[in-house]
Design a protein around this ligand. Structure first.
Ligand SMILES: CC(C)(COP(=O)(O)OP(=O)(O)OC[C@H]1O[C@@H](n2cnc3c(N)ncnc32)[C@H](O)[C@@H]1OP(=O)(O)O)[C@@H](O)C(=O)NCCC(=O)NCCS
Length: 153
């Protein structure tokens, strides 16, 4: 199986997104995730380079959504959603999508990435730790994890 990672194309990939009154969701296979709260903000947050898809030639295997977050000081990349279709899991696609977020971060002149996940999401936690993310804040239902890129110029 050859998987390529490419940018989301609004004309052809629009079916992956579900716009609701208070959320925008992304559907990858049988998994639907909240990508963002509020539809209007969606285009602003993720345009133009913030949605990337893993594709195996037949269909979408996974997706990652991220953007530069200027509300956090110093500014960094926030990863809003990461999802891999169940039938494609444990083949390195999640890790490859995470790496895309790092390239994006470096290309934009930043060196830090941040994300939130649930403390009981063993798959995500293991993946993020394997990608060298550390827990920087905890609450009852969420963990904040961060990574600082090395050799940053
Ligand atoms: C989390 C998720 C994105 C991982 O995607 P993936 O493509 O399976 O991840 P990878 O194949 O790149 O996994 C890399 C490593 O992460 C760890 N990992 C991934 N899934 C795991 C699982 N279910 N249990 C334990 N470790 C897991 C392993 O160390 C794995 O390496 P290995 O397969 O060589 O052992 C996927 O399980 C998913 O979409 N889950 C539902 C949505 C979700 O929870 N998203 C994250 C929200 S913050």
């Amino acid at each position: 199986m050859i998987v390529t990672i490419r940018k989301y194309e609004s004309e052809t990939d629009n079916g992956l997104l579900e716009f609701h009154e208070n959320t925008t969701n992304i559907r990858i296979g049988s998994t639907t995730m909240v990508a963002l709260f509020g539809k209007d903000e969606f285009c602003r947050v993720f345009s133009p380079d913030g949605i990337w898809l893993a594709h195996d030639g037949k269909g979408i295997a996974g997706a990652i959504l991220f953007s530069i977050n200027n509300k956090i000081k110093p500014a960094c990349t926030t990863i809003y959603a990461l999802s891999v279709d169940e039938k494609y899991r444990r083949r390195g696609i999640g890790g490859a999508l995470m790496y895309k977020a790092e390239i994006f971060t470096r290309n934009n002149g930043f060196n830090r990435l941040i994300l939130n996940t649930q403390p009981d999401n063993a798959a995500a936690l293991t993946l993020f730790k394997k990608c060298w993310y550390s827990v920087t804040a905890t609450s009852q239902n969420a963990l904040t994890m961060e990574k600082t890129l090395r050799n940053f110029r």
